[in-house]
Write a protein of this length. Structure first.
Lengths: 175, 136
C-alpha cells in the first residue's frame, strides 16, 4: 500500500517535471536569443532534468529529458528534423555529463557546478552533431562563444534549481 | 551575489574559470597564429578559359613559395602563391594593359585576378565556408 502510494507520487512528480520542462522548452523557443549567437539558448528546460536527477536519480532524469525533447519537438513541429537531433544530442550529452558529475564527483561539485557542466556539454554535443551534419570545421568557430554563454546560463539554471530544491520537502515524497 | 559564492564549491569555480579560459584561448588562437585556421578549406583555382588548370590547397603555400606558369593564347602568365596569397606577377609581353599584374595579391574568396587577353583567371574558392550552411 505504502509502496504504491510512493510510486504513484513519484510518477505524478515526474509528470509534473516533464510538463514544466515542456512549457519552459516552448517559452524558450520564443525568446530571440539568435541575436547574440546563432543557436544560443538559455537552457531553461534543463531545470526540469536537473531537478529530476537530484530528486529521483539517473533513470527519472533520463525519462524526463527524453519525454520533454520528444514532446517538445512534436509541439514545435520539428520532430525528426535537424532541430530535434540537435536537442537530442545536446540534451543527452549534457545529461550524461551531469549524471557522471553528480554520481562520481558529488563531493566536489554543488548543484550549480553540475548545471554548468551540463550546459557546457550540451553545447559541445550540439556543435559535434552540427559538425557531422554539415561537414565543416567552420562550425567550431562558434564553440568559444557558445561556451562563454554556457557559463552564465548554467549558473542561472543551477541557481533556480538550488532554490527550487530548497522549497521542496526533504523526505517522504521521493522514493 | 555573495550567496552564489557561498553555494558554489571550490571545484565549481575552477571549472567555470577553466571553461572561460579555454574558450578565450580558442578565440585568440587564430589571432595569435594569424592564419585562417577556423575557415573551411580554401583552394587557389587557376583557370585557362573555362577549364581548371590548377587547384592548390591554400595551406600548401604557407611555408614555401609556389610558382605556376600558365600558357594562354598570347603567351605565358607567371603566377606565384605565398603565405596564403596569390598574384600574377608577370603578364605576357603582348598584354596591352597588364591589368592582372596591377591587381596585386589576393588572399580571400571574393576578388579575382583576371587576364582577359590571355584568358587566365585566378580566384580563391572555399569548398565549404564557415557560414554558408549554418542556420537553425
Amino acid at each position: 500500500m505504502f509502496d504504491n502510494r510512493n510510486s504513484l507520487q513519484k510518477s505524478v512528480i515526474i509528470g509534473l517535471l516533464v510538463s514544466i520542462g515542456l512549457i519552459l522548452h516552448v517559452v524558450e523557443g520564443m525568446l530571440p536569443m539568435n541575436a547574440v549567437v546563432p543557436g544560443a539558448k538559455l537552457g531553461l528546460a534543463n531545470i526540469s532534468n536537473l531537478l529530476g536527477l537530484f530528486l529521483f536519480g539517473f533513470q527519472a532524469g533520463l525519462q524526463i529529458l527524453i519525454l520533454r525533447i520528444v514532446l517538445g519537438s512534436l509541439l514545435a513541429g520539428t520532430f525528426m528534423t535537424i532541430n530535434f537531433y540537435f536537442s537530442l544530442s545536446g540534451g543527452l550529452l549534457g545529461f550524461l555529463a551531469m549524471a557522471v558529475v553528480y554520481y562520481c564527483l558529488s563531493s566536489c561539485f554543488s548543484i550549480i557546478g553540475v548545471s554548468v557542466v551540463g550546459s557546457v556539454f550540451h553545447n559541445l554535443g550540439q556543435v559535434l552533431i552540427a559538425y557531422f551534419i554539415i561537414v565543416s570545421g567552420g562550425i567550431f568557430y562558434y564553440l568559444p562563444f557558445l561556451l562563454l554563454l554556457a557559463v552564465p546560463t548554467g549558473l542561472g539554471v543551477g541557481l533556480v534549481s538550488y532554490f527550487t530544491l530548497n522549497y521542496l520537502p526533504e523526505e517522504g515524497v521521493y522514493a | 551575489m555573495k550567496k552564489i559564492f557561498d553555494i558554489m564549491t571550490f571545484y565549481d569555480k575552477i571549472f567555470i574559470i577553466a571553461v572561460i579560459a579555454i574558450s578565450i584561448l580558442i578565440l585568440l588562437y587564430p589571432i595569435i597564429f594569424n592564419r585562417y585556421t577556423d575557415n573551411g578549406e580554401e583552394y587557389i583555382v587557376i583557370r585557362s578559359g573555362s577549364e581548371v588548370v590548377e587547384r592548390i590547397p591554400i595551406e600548401e603555400t604557407y611555408d614555401e613559395k609556389m610558382e605556376i606558369e600558365v600558357n594562354g593564347p598570347i603567351g605565358t602568365s607567371h603566377i606565384e602563391a605565398y603565405e596564403g596569397k596569390v598574384r600574377l606577377y608577370e603578364a605576357p609581353p603582348d598584354d596591352p594593359l597588364k591589368t592582372c599584374e596591377k591587381t596585386g595579391w589576393i588572399d580571400k574568396p571574393g576578388p579575382s585576378i583576371i587576364c582577359i587577353p590571355n584568358k587566365v583567371s585566378i580566384n580563391i574558392e572555399k569548398l565549404d565556408g564557415d557560414l554558408d550552411g549554418v542556420s537553425w
